[in-house]
Design a protein around this ligand. Structure first.
Ligand code: CU
Length: 88
């Protein structure tokens, strides 16, 4: 039982270690539908765990477990008229 607990703690620690938050500037969003579309595109991108879209600010905060392939992401976004770049 104790061993199981330790294993669980280590598993959650390594999860924290690999997960990070990335800020992106998103261009081209004008309404709620845009935000939804960008979110869906991000959520189907490899490594992305969660994405929060800020329509007014034109940005996205993305939880990811690996570096995002921005080129591949932009190719998908471009089809819908958006683009994204890493900020800060
Ligand atoms: Cu829109």
């Amino acid at each position: 039982m104790k061993k199981l607990l330790i294993t669980a703690v280590f598993a959650s620690l390594s999860l924290f270690a690999t997960e990070k938050e990335v800020n992106m500037k998103v261009n081209g969003m004008t309404c709620q539908m845009c935000a939804k579309s960008v979110k869906e595109t991000l959520m189907t991108t490899e490594g992305v765990k969660d994405a929060k879209i800020y329509l007014k600010e034109g940005k996205a905060v993305v939880k990811t477990e690996k570096d995002i392939d921005m080129k591949a992401l932009n190719e998908k976004l471009k089809k819908h008229g958006y683009s994204a770049e890493l900020s800060k």
